[in-house]
Design a protein around this ligand. Structure first.
Ligand SMILES: Nc1ncnc2c1ncn2[C@@H]1O[C@H](COP(=O)(O)OP(=O)(O)OP(=O)(O)O)[C@@H](O)[C@H]1O
Ligand SMILES: [Mg+2]
Length: 242
């Protein structure tokens, strides 16, 4: 069960944007059933790391292995089909489409129509606010509801692993708690999660393990509960003594 099989292994990953060395040989792994969080400040390289995994930016060197597949130099649409779904930073829902249509877009790679119907119901059970609003234009949803929709849309691809890029961004503390509870529930139903966050406190509360990303390098790693009490982590990411 949890923690036995390595699902995603990133080794010595390097990414450049022109002459900017954004990711400097980082290595980390996510095991089946885990929530792993990658925490770091603005510009640390969190989004770049996720984009390298999902094929949206090219890695200069290193290895990315997902369920036995080498993702380096694989195209993004093929990576999605392997079961890796990304919930992008800033949600990026289709604003002029309805909630239902956004969820349909999430299932576009699938052909198993009956199973898709069941998955709509599962997504709606998990995210009841979306069910009430299934015919609403997505751009008129609140920020929290849009985040829920972005998660629901990713789940509709029936992935093996969910990559989440700062789901707490721009949300009130109460909504952040709600979104994180959803992430935990999704994980408890068997989904493996890689969660990228600036909100270190709440990310460390729900994660099993964590890596700290600082200007393109991993400076610390360990059990989330241990990092949450680490003096350096507390000082840099948790607002000092708490
Ligand atoms: N397309 C790009 N072209 C040039 N530089 C980029 C590009 N995208 C990101 N960068 C640079 O790479 C570094 C890492 O950026 P990235 O977006 O990965 O950080 P982040 O940790 O996700 O930050 P945030 O928390 O603000 O989202 C930054 O210095 C950024 O300016
Ligand atoms: Mg980012």
């Amino acid at each position: 069960m949890k923690g036995e099989n390595v699902m995603l292994a990133v080794k010595d990953l390097e990414v450049y944007y022109g002459s900017i060395h954004a990711i400097k040989k980082i290595s980390f792994e996510v095991r089946e059933g885990e929530i792993v969080t990658l925490i770091g400040a603005n510009g640390a390289g969190k989004t770049t790391t996720l984009h390298a995994i999902s094929g949206l930016v090219k890695a200069r060197s290193g290895e990315i292995n997902f369920c036995g597949n080498n993702l380096r130099s694989m195209e993004a649409h093929k990576i999605i089909r392997l079961g890796l779904a990304q919930v992008p930073e800033g949600r990026r829902i289709f604003a002029s489409m309805t909630v239902q249509e956004n969820l349909e877009m999430g299932a576009y790679i699938r052909r198993d129509r009956e199973q898709i119907q069941q998955d709509y119901e599962r997504v709606f059970e998990r995210l009841p606010r979306l069910k009430e609003r299934r015919r609403q234009i997505a751009g008129t949803l609140s920020g929290g509801e849009q985040q829920m929709l972005a998660i629901g849309r990713a789940l509709m691809s029936n992935p093996k692993m969910l990559l989440l890029d700062e789901p707490s961004m721009g949300l009130s503390p109460l909504l952040v708690s709600e979104i994180f509870k959803i992430i935990r529930d999704v994980n408890e139903s068997g989904m493996t999660v890689l969660l990228v966050e600036q909100n270190a406190k709440q990310a460390l509360e729900i994660a099993d393990r964590a890596y700290v990303l600082e200007t393109g390098t991993i400076s610390m790693s360990g059990d989330a509960s241990e990092l949450a009490t680490d003096e350096k982590v507390r000082a840099a990411y948790l607002g000092g003594a708490q």
